[in-house]
Design a protein around this ligand. Structure first.
Ligand code: F6R
Length: 253
Protein backbone atom coordinates (compact mmCIF):
# COMPACT_ATOMS: atom_id res chain seq x y z
CA UNK A 1 0.00 0.00 0.00
CA UNK A 2 1.38 3.42 -1.01
CA UNK A 3 -0.24 6.56 0.35
CA UNK A 4 0.22 8.96 -2.57
CA UNK A 5 -1.21 12.06 -1.05
CA UNK A 6 -2.60 12.51 2.38
CA UNK A 7 -3.38 16.19 2.59
CA UNK A 8 -1.75 17.17 -0.67
CA UNK A 9 -0.07 20.53 -1.20
CA UNK A 10 -3.30 22.05 -2.52
CA UNK A 11 -5.33 24.04 0.01
CA UNK A 12 -8.43 22.25 1.15
CA UNK A 13 -7.48 18.92 -0.35
CA UNK A 14 -8.26 16.35 2.27
CA UNK A 15 -8.42 13.39 -0.06
CA UNK A 16 -6.59 10.31 1.07
CA UNK A 17 -5.30 8.47 -2.00
CA UNK A 18 -4.25 4.84 -1.67
CA UNK A 19 -2.77 2.72 -4.48
CA UNK A 20 -3.06 -1.05 -4.20
CA UNK A 21 -3.93 -4.12 -6.25
CA UNK A 22 -7.64 -4.69 -6.97
CA UNK A 23 -7.63 -7.55 -4.43
CA UNK A 24 -5.89 -5.38 -1.83
CA UNK A 25 -8.38 -2.57 -2.46
CA UNK A 26 -11.34 -4.90 -1.91
CA UNK A 27 -9.85 -6.05 1.40
CA UNK A 28 -8.92 -2.56 2.61
CA UNK A 29 -12.29 -1.13 1.62
CA UNK A 30 -14.15 -4.01 3.29
CA UNK A 31 -12.15 -3.35 6.45
CA UNK A 32 -13.46 0.24 6.42
CA UNK A 33 -17.04 -1.14 6.35
CA UNK A 34 -16.16 -3.38 9.30
CA UNK A 35 -14.83 -0.41 11.25
CA UNK A 36 -17.88 1.72 10.52
CA UNK A 37 -20.32 -1.03 11.47
CA UNK A 38 -18.39 -1.84 14.62
CA UNK A 39 -18.86 1.76 15.79
CA UNK A 40 -22.38 2.11 14.39
CA UNK A 41 -24.20 -1.16 13.60
CA UNK A 42 -27.17 0.81 12.24
CA UNK A 43 -25.08 2.89 9.84
CA UNK A 44 -26.56 4.31 6.65
CA UNK A 45 -24.53 3.09 3.69
CA UNK A 46 -24.61 4.38 0.14
CA UNK A 47 -23.86 1.75 -2.48
CA UNK A 48 -22.84 1.84 -6.14
CA UNK A 49 -23.21 -0.53 -9.07
CA UNK A 50 -20.96 -1.31 -12.06
CA UNK A 51 -17.89 -3.52 -12.40
CA UNK A 52 -15.72 -1.65 -9.90
CA UNK A 53 -17.37 -2.68 -6.59
CA UNK A 54 -17.79 -6.37 -7.47
CA UNK A 55 -14.64 -7.56 -5.66
CA UNK A 56 -15.54 -5.44 -2.65
CA UNK A 57 -19.06 -6.90 -2.55
CA UNK A 58 -17.61 -10.43 -2.79
CA UNK A 59 -15.33 -9.58 0.13
CA UNK A 60 -18.21 -8.20 2.20
CA UNK A 61 -20.17 -11.40 1.55
CA UNK A 62 -17.14 -13.44 2.62
CA UNK A 63 -16.83 -11.46 5.85
CA UNK A 64 -20.55 -11.87 6.50
CA UNK A 65 -20.37 -15.63 5.94
CA UNK A 66 -17.42 -15.80 8.33
CA UNK A 67 -19.48 -13.96 10.97
CA UNK A 68 -17.17 -10.95 10.85
CA UNK A 69 -19.67 -8.35 9.70
CA UNK A 70 -23.44 -7.88 9.96
CA UNK A 71 -25.79 -5.61 8.04
CA UNK A 72 -28.78 -6.51 10.20
CA UNK A 73 -29.50 -2.93 11.27
CA UNK A 74 -28.07 -1.14 8.25
CA UNK A 75 -30.06 1.17 5.95
CA UNK A 76 -28.89 1.53 2.35
CA UNK A 77 -29.29 4.07 -0.42
CA UNK A 78 -28.04 3.36 -3.91
CA UNK A 79 -26.69 6.05 -6.19
CA UNK A 80 -28.77 5.54 -9.29
CA UNK A 81 -31.11 3.57 -11.52
CA UNK A 82 -31.80 3.44 -15.24
CA UNK A 83 -35.03 5.17 -16.26
CA UNK A 84 -37.50 2.76 -17.80
CA UNK A 85 -36.16 -0.45 -16.25
CA UNK A 86 -38.42 -2.33 -13.85
CA UNK A 87 -36.69 -3.57 -10.67
CA UNK A 88 -36.97 -7.12 -12.05
CA UNK A 89 -35.13 -6.26 -15.29
CA UNK A 90 -31.81 -8.09 -15.26
CA UNK A 91 -29.90 -4.89 -16.09
CA UNK A 92 -31.66 -2.76 -13.49
CA UNK A 93 -29.45 -1.62 -10.67
CA UNK A 94 -31.93 -3.06 -8.19
CA UNK A 95 -31.41 -6.47 -9.76
CA UNK A 96 -27.63 -5.90 -9.73
CA UNK A 97 -27.60 -5.11 -6.02
CA UNK A 98 -29.87 -8.02 -5.12
CA UNK A 99 -27.74 -10.44 -7.14
CA UNK A 100 -24.31 -9.20 -6.16
CA UNK A 101 -24.80 -8.25 -2.52
CA UNK A 102 -28.17 -7.84 -0.87
CA UNK A 103 -29.51 -11.40 -1.07
CA UNK A 104 -26.21 -12.77 0.27
CA UNK A 105 -26.14 -10.78 3.51
CA UNK A 106 -28.47 -10.20 6.48
CA UNK A 107 -29.75 -6.84 5.25
CA UNK A 108 -33.44 -6.09 5.88
CA UNK A 109 -35.02 -5.56 2.41
CA UNK A 110 -37.34 -2.97 4.00
CA UNK A 111 -34.32 -0.74 4.63
CA UNK A 112 -33.02 -0.86 1.05
CA UNK A 113 -33.51 2.26 -1.10
CA UNK A 114 -32.76 2.55 -4.79
CA UNK A 115 -34.07 5.41 -6.93
CA UNK A 116 -37.07 4.33 -8.97
CA UNK A 117 -36.47 4.05 -12.68
CA UNK A 118 -40.22 4.02 -13.23
CA UNK A 119 -41.59 6.82 -11.01
CA UNK A 120 -39.39 9.76 -11.89
CA UNK A 121 -41.69 12.70 -11.21
CA UNK A 122 -40.26 15.62 -9.26
CA UNK A 123 -41.99 14.64 -6.00
CA UNK A 124 -40.58 11.08 -6.10
CA UNK A 125 -37.08 12.38 -6.81
CA UNK A 126 -37.30 14.91 -3.97
CA UNK A 127 -38.59 12.16 -1.67
CA UNK A 128 -35.31 10.27 -2.18
CA UNK A 129 -33.28 13.11 -0.66
CA UNK A 130 -35.90 13.45 2.08
CA UNK A 131 -35.63 9.73 2.89
CA UNK A 132 -31.85 10.07 3.18
CA UNK A 133 -32.26 13.01 5.55
CA UNK A 134 -34.89 11.14 7.59
CA UNK A 135 -32.52 8.19 7.94
CA UNK A 136 -30.00 10.60 9.48
CA UNK A 137 -27.84 11.12 6.37
CA UNK A 138 -25.45 8.72 4.70
CA UNK A 139 -22.50 7.67 6.84
CA UNK A 140 -20.42 6.42 3.91
CA UNK A 141 -21.12 6.63 0.19
CA UNK A 142 -19.31 4.26 -2.15
CA UNK A 143 -18.47 5.66 -5.59
CA UNK A 144 -17.08 4.41 -8.86
CA UNK A 145 -16.04 6.90 -11.52
CA UNK A 146 -16.88 7.16 -15.18
CA UNK A 147 -14.16 7.61 -17.83
CA UNK A 148 -15.56 11.14 -18.15
CA UNK A 149 -15.37 11.79 -14.41
CA UNK A 150 -19.02 11.13 -13.61
CA UNK A 151 -20.01 10.06 -10.12
CA UNK A 152 -23.40 8.45 -9.79
CA UNK A 153 -24.74 9.37 -13.19
CA UNK A 154 -23.82 13.02 -12.76
CA UNK A 155 -22.31 13.61 -16.16
CA UNK A 156 -19.91 16.50 -16.90
CA UNK A 157 -21.75 19.80 -16.66
CA UNK A 158 -24.04 18.70 -13.82
CA UNK A 159 -24.34 21.53 -11.29
CA UNK A 160 -22.40 20.83 -8.11
CA UNK A 161 -25.51 21.83 -6.11
CA UNK A 162 -27.74 19.16 -7.70
CA UNK A 163 -29.96 16.85 -5.65
CA UNK A 164 -31.55 13.60 -6.90
CA UNK A 165 -32.64 14.16 -10.49
CA UNK A 166 -33.04 12.57 -13.90
CA UNK A 167 -30.10 12.89 -16.29
CA UNK A 168 -29.64 12.19 -19.94
CA UNK A 169 -26.73 9.77 -20.25
CA UNK A 170 -23.92 10.81 -22.57
CA UNK A 171 -23.28 8.77 -25.70
CA UNK A 172 -19.94 7.73 -24.17
CA UNK A 173 -21.55 6.43 -20.97
CA UNK A 174 -24.14 4.49 -22.98
CA UNK A 175 -21.40 2.98 -25.16
CA UNK A 176 -19.29 2.00 -22.15
CA UNK A 177 -22.30 0.39 -20.45
CA UNK A 178 -23.50 -1.34 -23.64
CA UNK A 179 -21.31 -4.30 -22.60
CA UNK A 180 -24.08 -5.34 -20.21
CA UNK A 181 -26.90 -5.13 -22.78
CA UNK A 182 -27.67 -6.99 -26.01
CA UNK A 183 -27.07 -3.85 -28.06
CA UNK A 184 -26.39 -0.13 -27.68
CA UNK A 185 -30.03 0.57 -28.56
CA UNK A 186 -31.09 -1.36 -25.46
CA UNK A 187 -29.10 0.91 -23.11
CA UNK A 188 -31.51 3.38 -21.48
CA UNK A 189 -31.00 7.02 -22.47
CA UNK A 190 -31.75 8.42 -19.01
CA UNK A 191 -31.09 7.60 -15.37
CA UNK A 192 -32.30 8.79 -11.99
CA UNK A 193 -29.31 9.64 -9.85
CA UNK A 194 -28.39 11.17 -6.54
CA UNK A 195 -27.11 14.66 -7.28
CA UNK A 196 -23.60 15.86 -6.58
CA UNK A 197 -24.79 17.65 -3.47
CA UNK A 198 -26.58 14.48 -2.30
CA UNK A 199 -23.26 12.62 -2.63
CA UNK A 200 -21.28 15.40 -0.96
CA UNK A 201 -23.66 15.39 2.00
CA UNK A 202 -22.44 11.90 2.96
CA UNK A 203 -20.16 11.99 5.98
CA UNK A 204 -17.51 9.84 4.27
CA UNK A 205 -16.85 9.09 0.60
CA UNK A 206 -15.08 6.00 -0.68
CA UNK A 207 -14.19 6.14 -4.36
CA UNK A 208 -12.63 3.20 -6.16
CA UNK A 209 -11.13 3.45 -9.66
CA UNK A 210 -9.63 0.50 -11.48
CA UNK A 211 -7.95 0.33 -14.87
CA UNK A 212 -6.24 2.50 -17.44
CA UNK A 213 -9.54 3.80 -18.85
CA UNK A 214 -10.06 5.73 -15.60
CA UNK A 215 -6.55 7.26 -15.44
CA UNK A 216 -7.39 10.63 -17.04
CA UNK A 217 -10.57 11.07 -14.98
CA UNK A 218 -8.59 10.16 -11.85
CA UNK A 219 -5.94 12.72 -12.74
CA UNK A 220 -8.59 15.43 -13.20
CA UNK A 221 -10.30 14.38 -9.97
CA UNK A 222 -7.18 14.67 -7.86
CA UNK A 223 -4.95 17.17 -9.63
CA UNK A 224 -7.38 19.16 -11.76
CA UNK A 225 -9.51 22.15 -10.77
CA UNK A 226 -12.78 21.60 -8.93
CA UNK A 227 -15.14 21.87 -11.85
CA UNK A 228 -18.40 20.41 -13.08
CA UNK A 229 -16.38 19.45 -16.20
CA UNK A 230 -15.11 16.58 -14.01
CA UNK A 231 -17.86 15.97 -11.43
CA UNK A 232 -15.61 13.75 -9.27
CA UNK A 233 -13.22 16.70 -8.73
CA UNK A 234 -15.72 17.91 -6.13
CA UNK A 235 -14.28 15.26 -3.80
CA UNK A 236 -11.41 17.71 -3.24
CA UNK A 237 -13.87 19.76 -1.20
CA UNK A 238 -15.08 16.85 0.94
CA UNK A 239 -13.67 16.65 4.48
CA UNK A 240 -13.36 12.84 4.45
CA UNK A 241 -12.84 11.29 1.02
CA UNK A 242 -10.79 8.12 0.55
CA UNK A 243 -9.75 7.20 -3.00
CA UNK A 244 -8.51 3.69 -3.82
CA UNK A 245 -6.69 3.27 -7.13
CA UNK A 246 -4.99 0.38 -8.83
CA UNK A 247 -1.66 1.12 -10.55
CA UNK A 248 -3.30 1.61 -13.96
CA UNK A 249 -5.89 4.10 -12.68
CA UNK A 250 -3.10 5.97 -10.84
CA UNK A 251 -0.77 5.96 -13.86
CA UNK A 252 -1.27 9.65 -14.77
CA UNK A 253 -0.78 11.06 -11.29
C1 F6R B 1 -22.87 3.18 -10.63
C2 F6R B 1 -22.49 4.55 -10.93
C3 F6R B 1 -21.44 4.91 -11.93
C4 F6R B 1 -20.28 3.90 -11.99
C5 F6R B 1 -19.29 4.32 -13.07
C6 F6R B 1 -18.16 3.32 -13.21
O1 F6R B 1 -23.87 3.14 -9.65
O2 F6R B 1 -23.07 5.41 -10.38
O3 F6R B 1 -20.94 6.18 -11.61
O4 F6R B 1 -19.66 3.85 -10.75
O5 F6R B 1 -19.95 4.44 -14.30
O6 F6R B 1 -18.67 2.11 -13.66
P1 F6R B 1 -17.78 0.79 -13.66
O7 F6R B 1 -17.54 0.43 -12.25
O8 F6R B 1 -18.63 -0.26 -14.36
O9 F6R B 1 -16.53 1.11 -14.40
Amino acid sequence: MIALSDNDAKDGLNMKVIVDTPEGIAKQAAAIYQEILKDKPNAVLGFATGSTPLDLYAQLIKLYEAGEISFKDVTTFNLDEYVGLEPTHDQSYRYFMDTNLFTHIDLDPARVHIPSGIDTDAATLAAYDEAIAEAGGIDMQLLGIGCNGHIGFNEPGTPLESLTHVVELTQNTREVNARFFDSLDDVPTHAATMGIKTVMNARKLLLIALGESKAEAVYQTIKGPVSSACPASVLQLHPDAVVFLDEAAASKL
